[in-house]
Design a protein around this ligand. Sequence first.
Ligand code: AHR
Length: 660
Amino acid sequence: MNKKSSNHKIRFSRVIVLCGFCFLATTSVAQTARDGKKISSDLFGLFFEDINYAADGGLYAEMVQNRSFEYSPQDHGGWNSYSYWEYISPGFSYGRLSVETNDPIHLNNPHYMVFEVENVGNVRFTGIAGVGFKNPGFDGMVVKANDNYNFSMFVRHLNNESISFHISLQNPNGDILAESNISSTSNDWKKYKASLIPSESCDSASLVVLATTKGKFALDVVSLFPEKTFKNRPNGLRADLAQVLADMKPNFIRFPGGCLVHGDGLGNMYRWKNTIGPIEQRKGQRNIWNYHQTGGLGYFEYFQFCEDIGAIPVPVLPAAVSCQNSGGTWRVGGTGQKALPMEEMQEYIQEVLDLIEWANGPATSTWGAKRAAAGHPESFKLEYVGIGNEDKMTPEFQERFKIIYETVKTEHPEITMIGTVGPFHSGEDFEKGWELANDLNIPVIDEHYYTDPDWFIANQHRYDSYDRTKSKVYLGEYASWGNKLRNAIAEAYYMTGLERNGDIVQMASYAPLLAKKGFTQWTTDLIFFDNVSICLTPNYYVQLMFSANQGDYYFDNVISKNEKDTTLAASCVMDSKTNDIILKMVNFSDKPKIMKVNLSNFKNIVPEAKLTVLTGDADAENTFKNPNNIIPEKRDFKASRKFEYNTPVMSLTVIRIKSK
Ligand code: AHR
């Protein structure tokens, strides 16, 4: 166990108590960053998991649902290859539709649709005639007038020389918003593209694909993307959602989960190699959260997004065991923890090593070449690799973790490995996980806890007593149960403790990150969204205020408060790149309370400072109807060497002060 070490050193030797106000003091004057305690410069980042439709139907900008006809009843009760596709035959046309698997585009993508068009009717009756289908996307497609949408599909002729297609976007009345024609010419699978530019905006459009020639043909991977994805990346991300993540200026992003990583049974573990390369070659599979993951938002896209927003990529790979919790309400498979047979471990370890080569290896290496072929010849600068996600600490897990860990450590000493200590802040898996961490000397350990706000208040000093000679901590998943302001401020209170302990807490990320309205499996989340709008929670604003205001040196002796008052917490950091001093003050009570700030040890304070405050009623929250109920307010602030600040009720305040 890491906690309560006897050799823990208290950096500052004297506690000064003046008029009931206290802070820990040093004797230094003329403070610069170097006079503070060095803390992690990777402290606050993001945890991304494809839960709550976070990826398909969410951040991943693909607009067509079930684009490759791979949905199945195992993904979700009642689903199959036809799900979300409606057969249509306007103009008294007729034909047949079937799903087949012979000679697919790729073995990873076995199902495709076969159309037999027997009669194309008369356009005079309906304005359009043909046989085809309609896809409503994920609850209606949102299209904007005059924006460009990139359509593509794969076609293989089964008895024709050529087939004509009419592709359109239609509103719920069947009015055509955008249209284009494609003529296919190939007896082998071939990709065809069209551009669709709607004349009107619509929040509930559908994509319609109609064959207007008699004949038989196969169709697969029917896709539609807005051209305006985040940074205009092809196969990219929904721009507005990606932007609110970018706004947080996260130091890192952990992906792809969560329980999704170790999956519902061995066959459901997330295997990164299935998620790279052309989308038609990726292997979709059941999502442990009871839907389907296409793998369209795959490792390349995750790494690219990290690079685009200046975040360190933190991939987490299964430790060759599946999730012990599978088989719950949504998790239909339900195998519990299963371990890969030992004879398959060599191959599995190679998969982990191959990831490092894929991310960092030269473009001439086997796996580096695949990265280069995808358009990224330069290294992705992978530094961290996580192994396991809050797994049960069984002998099977431990045996497999050790082999993976030792091999990666030997082959890639430059990589910082992250281990795991179960799903709770304490208990058997936590204890055993830390024992393993201590035995193996694992550099960083991933702790997870979801609990009530009072726990976060009561445990703000949790890391003060962690042994600094042992593994560092990645608090990979945490949240207080709820999205009211009270929850967010409890988290802020706790986060001042993370900053204070930023010498042992290497990284921290709130979880889960994204949740689509009406499709949530986890009710407390950071960001809610639907197809049109985004509802940012008070918890989001707390994360944003910390994340966008990180420092790399911590100062103990700057902010003081009534020593007996446990509703107040504060931290002071300096960003050594800018010399900005950043004060964070938290009031977890229903009364305004004074905190005292003493900057007299800092050199050359610039009085013109910026203040951001998040405050309100403890029970207040943001909703889609009232998304701005609780939002931070920004204002100018006059800083002096010594000042008092009256912290508002239930609040987080960040004051950013320049120093020369
Ligand atoms: O964040 C939601 C879930 O909580 C994650 O998938 C899992 O790691 C944890 O139990």
